[in-house]
Design a protein around this ligand. Structure first.
Ligand code: FAD
Length: 383
């Protein structure tokens, strides 16, 4: 089906991103995976390219673009090249909406220019060792002491956590109330150089090996009240609102990964000969790829529609949950089938399909597991 999401500007941008990935990422990607993250300087390059500030208003040094479509182009080009850009996705897709929506003028002036240049890389820390899906159960506390909060606790699985300069830490500023266990959470934008702030292990993952995923701990970290984002006690509400955008971002990367898997498989089965004929000539291959292409088309329709809804300010939490649930499940099925068509080579990391396979597994877990998403969807349809 003809796609109507992108215009000429998006396609020109696509060329720029494709060239950039070819020149700056693909040749060194194996080194990033070995190190567990891109070198710090890489984020300055992204800043120079202008991609960290696409959605930042011009007065703070960005391009002032309100549409999410440019992020979709970047996701597609990364998947096409079989790479990901370290903590970039969290920085622009997860953290930025919080700074734009809930930051006050002084904070925006202070944080957005270095956010755009790559000087201030960011991460967001919600998950704790004892609680992930049930965010209201978090134990990290921030107690008021004059014009500071005193932060204590621990977080885990924090993407970009090793290299981040500022981390949005969700902490309990007051106890939950008997009527509402979600009450009393707040978001602090913590300077990672603060005394008492420490980065623990960089976690070894089965996929997404070019992004640093870390444990963090806070021991009497003094955070200025000026670094509270939005209003005290409204953190859960802010998370609920922004998780929709985060989930759409994951739906989008999942669709892009499935689409890329089909392209890799199409190429491979035409080149590989078995029993004297190309793998592509077997009816099974054609049927498998036909099924995959159909699933990818359905995922694309859903993602494109959801992006338009987000741009129009209409994307509901249930819409985003459906898009993430559907696209991540499509990704899992399609990438697995496309790997199978590669035979043993599909299991070897120098083939991009192998990386897509290991990277894909987390899509159904982070940003809300498939099971948690089903509870949101079920509620939205009244069951
Ligand atoms: C690579 C990676 C990167 C991540 N990046 C970040 C990050 O940057 N920042 C951040 O804050 N977090 C991050 N996370 C954490 C991620 O969001 C959580 O892992 C996820 O939300 C699940 O929480 P959990 O691991 O505690 O699982 P649990 O909540 O312990 O879930 C265990 C199982 O119980 C199921 N379950 C839970 N609740 C229900 C229910 N109501 N009904 C039925 N089943 C249920 C789950 O679906 C799952 O199968 C990351 C995780 C990974 C793996």
């Amino acid at each position: 089906m003809r796609r109507t999401l992108f215009n000429e500007d998006h396609e020109a941008f696509r060329e720029t991103i494709r060239d950039f990935i070819e020149a700056e990422v693909a040749p060194v990607y194996a080194e990033w995976e070995a190190a567990g993250h891109p070198p710090r300087e890489f984020y300055y390059k992204l800043g120079e390219l202008g991609v960290l500030g696409i959605q930042v208003p011009e007065e703070y040094g960005g391009a002032g673009e309100t549409s999410f479509k440019y992020q979709a182009v970047i996701s597609e080009e990364c998947a096409r090249a079989g790479v990901s850009l370290g903590g970039y996705g969290v920085h622009v897709n997860l953290v930025l909406p919080y700074l734009l929506k809930y930051g006050n003028e002084e904070q925006k002036k202070r944080w957005l220019p270095p956010f755009v240049s790559g000087e201030m890389m960011t991460a967001i820390a919600m998950t704790e060792p004892g609680t992930g899906s049930d965010l209201a159960g978090m134990q990290t506390t921030a107690k008021r002491d004059g014009d500071h909060y005193i932060l204590n606790g621990a977080k885990t699985f924090i993407t970009g956590g090793v290299l981040a300069d500022r981390v949005l830490v969700v902490a309990r500023t007051s106890p939950p109330t008997p009527e509402n266990r979600r009450a009393g959470l707040s978001i602090l934008v913590v300077d990672t150089k603060s005394e008492g702030y420490s980065v623990g292990r960089k976690l070894e993952k089965i996929g997404l090996r070019s992004s640093d995923t870390a444990e963090l701990s806070f021991s009497d970290v003094r955070v200025p009240v000026a670094d509270l984002l939005g209003e005290e006690g409204r953190g859960f509400e802010y998370l609920t609102h922004n998780l929709a955008e985060e989930r759409l971002g994951i739906a989008m990367t999942s669709y892009a990964s499935a689409a890329a898997a089909v392209e890799f498989a199409k190429r491979y089965v035409q080149e590989r000969t078995v029993f004297g004929k190309p793998v592509a000539s077997f009816q099974n291959t054609k049927f498998v790829l036909a099924e995959c292409a159909t699933e990818v088309e359905a995922a694309r329709s859903m993602v494109d529609r959801a992006i338009e809804a987000l741009d129009a300010g209409e994307l509901t939490p249930a819409d985003a949950a459906m898009a993430k649930l559907f696209c991540t499940e499509v990704q899992a099925r399609v990438v697995d089938k496309c790997l199978q068509l590669h035979g043993g080579y599909g299991y070897i990391l120098e083939y991009p399909i192998a990386r897509l396979y290991t990277d894909a597994r987390v899509s159904r877990i982070y940003g809300g597991t498939s099971e948690v998403l089903k509870t949101i969807i079920a509620k939205s349809i009244g069951v």
